[in-house]
Design a binder for this molecule. Structure first.
Ligand SMILES: O=C(O)CCC(=O)C(=O)O
Length: 291
């Protein structure tokens, strides 16, 4: 497969330095950062499309059943040894490291994308709060939950990610392919000691962001984001072409239907995570029930 951009170490740095990669801060407080990096994968060459189809066809997709029932989208999980991801009553272990060639560790394309996102975060620069801390020698991104959103499917309700095992960096970096799909971010509500709902930063509007995640972008959530905010991926309502109303204009009606099916296009997201190896098997382990 032609992934010349992914293999080119200098390309990402050049694109970042030339500000071809656009960084939009969405949240930047003293402890929480959400940043959208656009055009991390060059949309003008064929790589993103090829990668999307390769992953779609070749990854071992599986619909997991969590504590709420079968999930709304197929997923698959890659991780470094001992990087178990425990969330919504599920326990995802790194793929088998058994002796079968090709049946171990990271899928090579997912691994290349991990390196690409790692480089992006490394070159974010010391002044950029998204820049990961350099204190640890372990790789920053040790795990990846890959999500497949079939066309017009894959609604994700409001939730905060489970990041107990994510170490001090608390990074979730989501690379989008295909799409675009809508993403919303809002402040979390809390219940106070009198059982009243309160909101984080009550004087501020609750909704923080309502945007589209374009193909080739990386949405970075870092720090205490999951503590203070929640996010969702709403499914746009499908507008069914009304043949009766279209009258004689059958061609128009057909075109409208063609447009409609692209409202929630096929998307794959790779959500890279900073899970600490061994966390779940250590004494820190408690049952993770929130999403
Ligand atoms: O697909 C995405 O970009 C985010 C998915 C998500 O919210 C999650 O995996 O918790």
């Amino acid at each position: 497969m032609a992934t010349k951009k992914l293999d080119d170490d200098d390309d990402l740095n050049n694109r970042r330095n030339q500000t071809i990669i656009k960084a939009t801060p969405i949240v930047a407080t003293n402890d929480s950062w959400v940043t959208l990096y656009e055009d991390v994968l060059d949309p003008t060459d064929d790589d993103s499309e090829q990668i999307l189809h390769e992953l779609y066809q070749n990854l071992p997709w599986n619909v997991e059943t969590d504590q709420f029932g079968p999930q709304s989208r197929p997923t698959c999980y890659f991780a470094d040894p001992e990087c178990t991801f425990s969330y919504v009553g599920l326990k995802l272990d790194p793929p088998s490291t058994g002796s079968t060639p090709g049946n171990n560790k990271w899928h090579p394309t997912v691994q290349k994308l991990r390196e690409c996102v790692t480089r992006l975060l490394a070159v974010a620069g010391p002044d950029d709060p998204s820049s990961p801390s350099n204190e640890s020698s372990r790789p920053l991104l040790t795990a990846c939950l890959v999500n497949l959103y079939p066309q017009n499917k894959g609604f994700i309700p409001w939730h905060s990610d489970e990041i107990r095992a994510h170490g001090k960096d608390k990074v979730v970096a989501s690379l989008s392919l295909g799409g675009p799909r809508r993403f919303q971010l809002r402040r979390r509500r809390r219940v106070d000691s009198c059982n009243h709902h309160t909101e984080e930063g009550e004087t501020k509007p609750r909704m923080v962001a309502d945007l589209w995640l374009p193909s080739g972008s990386v949405l970075l959530m870092k720090g205490e984001v999951q503590e203070h905010f929640e996010h969702c991926l709403p499914l746009e309502p499908e507008i069914i072409g009304d043949d009766a109303a279209a009258g004689d204009d059958a061609e128009m009606s057909f075109k409208k239907r063609q447009e409609d099916v692209t409202i929630n296009p096929l998307r794959i997201s790779l959500t890279f995570r900073s899970i600490v190896p061994g966390y779940e098997s250590s004494n820190n382990r408690t049952i993770a029930t929130d999403q």
